[in-house]
Design a protein around this ligand. Structure first.
Ligand code: GDP
Length: 298
């Protein structure tokens, strides 16, 4: 018989040549569990989470003969169970403006995500103002203006090198005067000097709280899914720098193995508000746990 073509994804890698996913059965034993753990780890899930997922999946099933399709479905159900509580859109509040602080390392997709979100909010009938708070990167400010134009949303800027907190204050004033629903504030993402960045972020927060003590209402951390396990340490770092309220995972359209999202949910339980699935303005999608689990265990 001809060899079955290699299949991508976890299910494919579980199959022996000539196996049929729904038919060929193997006992769920220690060997099989180890193989599953390795597959999940290679999908960026991290050791702790991979062990937990496989252990939960195997509970009460050791020694049972399962097809690879059944195994895939059981794993997907386990992953869905972990992801469901964190799949939550960004909450909206009646405050005007609702202040959304956007943090993350440079290159993670902050600018792009702000543009995409602004466009979505605008389509939902909200008025939005953007503040280009990364005043030390002229290119970032320019890029944000491009996205603001695309979304049809005003972008407030300040001269290169000027104080981001004073820009944030001016942006609050403008957003209040305009009766804007949302003010999205971009921030710097240089981790090289964390003490500086912490001071910069906390000064922005102090200043906007002079106008609204409940602000910022959301602090979004933008993470690049292609950085794999690095995303975990970025969450730890930014939780120390700011009061992170939710995540946006970018670049899930590319080669990202995505398993890091499960590790993030398992470790931090922070809501995943949206996922970036491309470079265009409409390429921001709600996070769907079932679709995600099905794709990850493919
Ligand atoms: P920032 O430095 O954090 O503001 O990052 P940018 O928004 O400038 O994004 C950095 C790069 O990542 C740009 O080339 C974006 O086009 C790209 N990018 C951002 N989000 C996504 C995404 O969801 N998918 C893909 N494929 N590329 C993205």
């Amino acid at each position: 018989a001809e060899a079955a073509p290699a299949r991508p994804g976890l299910l494919g890698r579980l199959l022996g040549r000539g196996d049929t996913p729904a038919v060929t059965r193997r006992a769920l034993d220690d060997d099989m569990l180890e193989q599953l753990e390795e597959l999940l780890i290679s999908a960026d899930m991290g050791v702790d989470t991979a062990l937990r997922v496989t252990a939960n999946m195997a509970e009460g099933r050791m020694g049972k003969r399962l097809s690879s399709l059944e195994i895939k479905q059981l794993l997907a159900a386990e992953i869905t169970r972990i992801m469901e509580p964190v799949a939550r859109p960004m909450p909206l509040y009646p405050n005007r403006p609702q202040v959304v602080l956007v943090v993350g390392v440079n290159g993670s997709g902050k600018t792009t995500t702000i543009g995409k979100l602004a466009s979505q909010f605008k389509a939902a009938g909200k008025s939005v103002v953007i503040a280009a708070g990364d005043t030390f990167r002229a290119a970032a400010v320019e890029q944000l203006q491009v996205w603001g134009d695309r979304a049809g949303v005003p972008v407030l800027t300040a001269p290169e090198g000027s104080d981001p907190a004073s820009l944030a204050f001016d942006a609050m004033t403008r957003a209040e005067a305009d009766g804007a629903d949302l003010l999205m504030i971009d921030t710097a993402g240089r981790l090289q000097n964390r003490a500086d960045l912490m001071e910069e972020l906390s000064k922005i927060v102090r200043v906007i709280r002079k106008k609204d003590p409940s602000a910022p209402h959301n602090t979004l951390l933008v993470l690049d899914a292609t950085t794999g396990q690095n995303a975990l340490s970025q969450v730890e770092i930014f939780q120390k720098l700011a009061d992170v309220s939710g995540l946006v995972m970018t670049k899930l359209d590319g080669t990202a193995r995505g398993g890091v999202l499960v590790a993030l949910a398992d470790k931090f339980g922070l809501p995943i508000h949206a996922i970036g699935v491309g470079e265009q303005i409409d390429d921001l999608a709600p996070f769907d746990p079932e679709d995600f689990a099905a794709a990850l265990t493919g």
